[in-house]
Design a protein around this ligand. Structure first.
Ligand code: ATP
Length: 581
């Protein structure tokens, strides 16, 4: 189905509004078209010296004007409602669709590109659907009505006056064909510009830290230049075609002056009729210009629509069986059977034939060099990614067969660079359980050793945290994230480098608190410090996506060279005391 027809589909819920605004527009135009005819009769009445008729006609013209005013106000109100309604629907649909897409999709997207689609492209579409279409309808209607009025007045003159119309259609068609690809490229470049701006703002710390403002400015200027160049191409097309469409009726005007003027001299046409005719022709110029302009906006909307549909047509890759049951009750036993994972767009396997069973309630540490697949492994548990091969089972249920919401409810992940929302500390901690009481939130914060610094914030738990929590230190953010995970009260807890940014003594405190929380939960710990690894009963060593060893610290030190190396780098060969026993 063509993009244009699909766009029209968005108007379906507003059928009544659309029909109504077209009807109002048509009635307003009928009143407008009546005015030149009435004017013509008034001029003839003047020539006859008929004061009564003149008086009557003046009143009727005023009434027609008032009618037109009322109808136009009504039309604008109804059309505005349709336009804004389409905007709301489109926004909600796009946003709901984005939410339904799997994490892997976002790995390959630039935030700015997505933002541009949900803002710039959406505006173009809603403007056209809400107003543009009605303007086009109104313009066509005026041309048809004025044409009929002219034919009724004088068919042969009308034929001359309307002769340019087929050319107008032809020119408009050519304009459309040339301008659509140009507009599509403009929209694409605007999206690139938005992406650049977004990265500059998000990455402002790095930009400042390396004093690279000028380089960023240079890149931004380059993008701005690209938008300018392409917009100029589109503008040149519009600059030529739109006035040209408006110019064509002027030819008719000249012809009518000549032919009609002669008819008046010959006495076969009254001055009033001639004036009315002339007024009709003038009346055509506006709508024809409007047609040219609106056809441009139709091209823009179609280009934008294509970009929006590209997004809407991207089906979620992660399928969930219909009526999938919730995760069955259990204590959090995890089993990976022959699991492999290759990320989209990657040639290398992140996990290669991994078999791993973690008994309920136990704590396992994953260690390995960077890129060895630790994060990849734990991201399979809440089904953030699907394994390319093999099965992931939690309490005996394949994660692919259960409702992902219930699954994710039971698994909390804390990583090294947690994302916090622009909201209060309380709301950030209570993110997974907004109904949690203040006491529960405070208890979670106490356990995560966040209580003290939260108490020092200006409004305590009600302090607003800046975007992404950037007003807090890395260690503070991690503690809020741990509190958030603890409050969720999950069956399985994943701490992926979750204490990497806190100092050793705070980590020690968090660890003690975690011991208490970890009791009765299955916990995965990814850490580079031996002191954190010591939280685990059991250590799994990963290398190039494969499990190469598993066991206790001492055992692995003796048996596994890679582990011995990692342990050495992580703080020495001997385990901290509290880990023993
Ligand atoms: N979203 C992704 N898309 C494509 N490739 C990815 C993605 N995430 C990770 N990878 C790749 O998969 C491999 C395993 O990555 P993973 O993040 O699991 O490593 P890790 O062991 O957690 O490392 P680190 O200790 O540095 O965090 C790496 O080669 C990485 O480049």
């Amino acid at each position: 189905m063509s993009t244009f027809r699909r766009l029209l589909g968005f108007l379906r819920p507003y059928r009544t509004g659309v029909v109504f605004s077209f009807a109002l527009a048509a009635a307003a135009m009928a009143a407008t078209v009546a005015i030149p005819w009435l004017t013509g009769r008034a001029i003839d009445a003047t020539r006859r010296g008929d004061r009564n008729d003149l008086w009557m006609l003046a009143i009727v013209v005023a009434v027609a004007g008032l009618l037109r005013l009322a109808l136009s106000v009504g039309r604008r109100l109804v059309a505005g409602r349709v336009s804004l309604g389409v905007e709301v629907d489109l926004r909600q649909r796009l946003y709901a669709h984005l939410q339904s897409l799997e994490l892997g999709f976002f790995d390959h997207q630039q935030t700015g590109q997505l933002m541009s689609r949900v803002t710039v492209d959406l505006q173009a579409v809603r403007f056209f659907l809400g107003y543009g279409l009605i303007f086009i309808g109104q313009a066509l209607f005026t041309i048809v009505l004025a044409g009929i009025a002219m034919f009724l007045l004088r068919p042969e003159l009308a034929a001359i006056a309307l002769a340019p119309v087929p050319f107008v259609v032809l020119v408009a068609f050519r304009f459309g064909r040339r301008s659509r690809p140009a507009m599509q490229e403009v929209q694409q470049r605007v999206a690139e510009l938005t992406a650049e701006a977004e990265e500059n703002v998000s990455g402002v710390r790095v930009v400042k830290a390396f004093a690279r403002e000028e380089r960023q400015l240079g890149r931004f200027d380059h993008r701005v230049g690209r938008v300018f160049e392409q917009s100029m191409i589109a503008t040149r097309l519009q600059a030529f075609y739109a006035p040209f469409i408006g110019f064509l009726p002027n030819i008719g005007l000249a012809a009518i002056l000549f032919v009609g003027g002669r008819a008046v001299i010959d006495g076969t046409l009254t001055v009033g009729e001639f004036t009315a005719f002339y007024a009709y022709l003038l009346m055509l110029i506006g709508p024809m210009r409007m047609l040219g302009y609106m056809l441009g906006s139709a091209q823009r909307a179609t280009a934008s629509g294509a970009r929006i549909f590209q997004l809407l047509d991207r089906a979620p890759a992660m399928s969930v069986p219909e009526n999938a049951p919730p995760l069955p009750a259990g204590a959090g036993r995890v089993e990976l059977r022959g699991v492999s994972l290759t990320f989209e767009g990657s040639r290398q396997q992140a996990l290669d034939d991994v078999d791993l069973t973690v008994e309920a309630g136990s704590t396992v540490a994953l260690v390995g060099g960077t890129g060895s697949g630790k994060t990849a492994l734990v991201s399979l548990l809440p089904r953030l990614y699907d394994a390319t091969a093999g099965e992931v089972l939690i309490d005996g249920a394949n994660v692919r067969d259960v409702d992902p919401r219930s699954l994710r409810h039971e698994i909390a992940v804390v990583n090294d660079d947690p994302f916090l929302f622009s909201a209060t500390v309380h709301d950030n901690i209570a993110y997974a359980r907004p109904e949690a009481t203040r006491e529960e939130v405070e208890l979670a914060a106490r356990r995560a050793r966040a209580e003290e610094f939260v108490g020092e914030l200006p409004d305590g738990y009600d302090t607003m945290i800046g975007e992404r929590g950037l007003t807090l230190s890395g260690g503070q953010r991690q503690r809020i994230a741990i509190a958030r995970a603890l409050l969720a009260n999950p069956r399985i807890l994943v701490l992926d480098d979750a204490t990497s940014a806190v100092d050793a003594s705070t980590e020690q405190e968090i660890k003690e608190a975690l011991r208490e929380v970890m009791a009765g939960r299955t916990t995965f710990v990814i850490a580079h410090r031996l002191s954190t690894i010591s939280l685990a009963d059991d250590i799994v060593v990963l290398e190039h996506g494969r499990i190469v060893a598993r066991g206790g610290h001492d055992e692995l030190l003796d048996d596994n060279e890679l582990y011995a190396e990692i342990a050495e780098a992580a703080g020495g060969r001997s385990m901290p005391r509290e880990a023993v026993g």
